[in-house]
Write a protein that binds this ligand. Structure first.
Ligand code: PHE
Length: 510
């Protein structure tokens, strides 16, 4: 079979009908008028033909400006501003009189006064009540047709906006704001035959091929003297979109496997915490600024403190350093402050619960991926509710070098290889260290992780005598980097980009 014959055999009945019409006319709306084909049928056939390389579709959008009902009324009776001026052409009148004579509504009058004053067409005379007098400029505009009026005439039967000058377009836009004109958009498809298309049109197209094999066709042997339409295996089919995990959940799952592979155990803890576990337990001072309501969401309730001996030990390190060798903060520890319930601001609360409640012995490696809350305004890189990836390692002889090694290893596994470290400050770690990752997409270094070695004051109440290296990182920031997103709101919540969520391949870099 020749190439041409092959294509002819694949044509759908709608394509067969449309093709010959294209010899005479290639504007969709005109084909609709002059044929029995419906608009959707033409659209579909044109798309199929384009996929086969027989036509090229071009969509053009034309705007037509028309008069609204208001506009029609004004065309007949004159624009409100002209009517206003006309009533005071030879006399001075008050507002009520003008309204009646010119038959203007309150709204129309109010809109007019502003416009007429701005152009110096009227002046106000203050007597007992305000009266309006026409100016010389006002009289001269009454004598000729304004640009607006001329446009109203031109738009009487609607006109394509493209024919107007920029100045006229501006006026039309002004009139549109005043609900005098309206702009309709009209999409037009131009369907042009390609070289191949022109050849196909020469063929005999109105053949009746068998589209579907049915029992009837088999029974009455119709197939014997008819041809079947061939399959076009290259034709486009609708996209099927299946369900999938949220990219952020897939990121969480991947991080979990990294830590489990490295021999870490997973922690779990409550979202609602006492200030004790979230702050006091790790020697964050009771007057620390991060405790303020601007940063932390408090609940209007108190929670329970752990066993007395532990609270006492924690109170002591705050007050005088206890047995940690430190002088402490030198204030009186307030249990009421520690009892306050809040939405946890970091997952380190859970780390310290494990220290206080589970008697963890070295060597130990734990991690946790949990939701946390901070009183922050939402923007491209901030959310009031997000996830932290927390971890700690407790063992003899651990140093900052080990911490750097683990952090590097973790990020390498996440596909981020450019990392640098910087000293920082945390009340509960010494040394403290931040790591930055280079974000190729934004072209800058982004803070990725906060970490350190827990201080003796933080560990003393739990009887932990060996070094504990620990870290906490914002999951959403990391996910943004990996998934090349500039705005976290594209990934999450009501404004997330559904197409991205459906189609984004999470495993690209891993
Ligand atoms: N809790 C710290 C934060 O929220 C992270 C951290 C955890 C730092 C453990 C040091 C040690 O930023």
């Amino acid at each position: 079979m020749t190439e041409v014959k092959k294509i002819v055999n694949q044509l759908h009945p709608l394509e067969r009908k449309l093709l010959p019409l294209l010899k005479f006319n290639n504007i969709q709306s005109e084909i609709v008028k002059n044929s029995k084909l419906e608009e959707v049928e033409i659209t579909r056939a044109a798309q199929w033909l384009e996929a086969k390389g027989l036509v090229i579709n071009e969509l053009t959008i034309t705007q037509t400006a028309k008069l609204t009902d208001h506009g029609r009324k004004y065309l007949e009776k004159g624009l409100p501003e002209k009517r206003f001026l006309r009533t005071i052409k030879n006399t001075i009148l008050n507002l009520e009189e003008i309204k009646q004579k010119a038959e203007l509504s309150n709204e129309e009058v109010n809109a007019c006064i502003g416009l007429l004053r701005r152009n110096n067409y009227i002046e106000t005379i203050k007597e007992k009540e305000a009266k309006f007098k026409i100016t010389n400029q006002g009289i001269s505009v009454l004598e000729k047709k304004s640009d607006e009026e001329q446009l109203l005439e031109k738009l009487k039967d609607g006109a394509k906006t493209e024919i107007f000058s920029d100045k006229d377009k501006k006026i039309i836009e002004e009139l549109r704001k005043r609900n005098i004109t309206r702009t309709d958009e009209n999409k037009e498809r131009k369907i042009t035959l390609t070289k191949l298309g022109k050849e196909i049109v020469k063929e005999k197209l109105d053949v009746n091929l068998i589209e579907n094999l049915t029992p009837e066709i088999l029974k009455n042997k119709e197939w014997k003297d008819k041809e079947f339409r061939s399959y076009d295996v290259k034709s486009q089919v609708p996209k099927l979109i299946g369900g999938r995990g949220h990219p952020l959940q897939e990121t969480i799952d991947y991080i979990r496997t990294i830590f489990l592979d490295m021999g870490f155990k997973e922690m779990e803890g409550p979202l609602v915490e006492t200030a004790f576990w979230c702050m006091d337990s790790m020697w964050i001072p009771q007057d620390h600024p991060a405790r303020e309501v601007q940063d932390t969401f408090y609940l209007n309730k108190e929670g329970k403190l752990p066993i007395k001996e532990l609270v006492k030990k924690v109170a002591e390190v705050h007050e005088n350093g206890g047995k940690s060798g430190s002088k402490g903060y030198g204030y009186k520890f307030d249990e009421n402050v520690a009892k306050q319930l809040l939405l946890r601001t970091h997952t380190t609360a859970t780390t310290f619960r494990y220290f206080g409640e589970r008697n963890i012995k070295p060597p130990a490696k734990y991690f946790y991926i949990g939701r946390i809350f901070r009183n922050e305004a939402i923007d491209a890189t901030h959310l009031p509710e997000f996830h932290q990836v927390e971890g700690f390692i407790m063992d003899e002889g651990l140093t900052l070098r080990d911490l750097m090694g683990y952090v590097k290893e973790f990020y390498n596994k996440m596909g981020i290889n450019k990392i640098k470290f910087k000293p920082t400050y945390n009340p509960y770690t010494e040394s403290s260290m931040e790591a930055y990752g280079y974000n190729e997409q934004l072209g800058k270094w982004i803070e990725l992780i906060n970490s350190g070695i827990f201080r003796p004051e933080a560990l003393e109440p739990y009887g932990i005598k060996v070094p504990v290296i620990a870290w906490g990182l914002g999951l959403e920031r990391l996910a943004m980097m990996i998934h090349e997103q500039k705005d976290v709101r594209n990934m999450l919540g009501a404004t997330s980009d559904l197409r991205w969520l459906r189609e984004h391949k999470v495993t690209k870099k891993w």
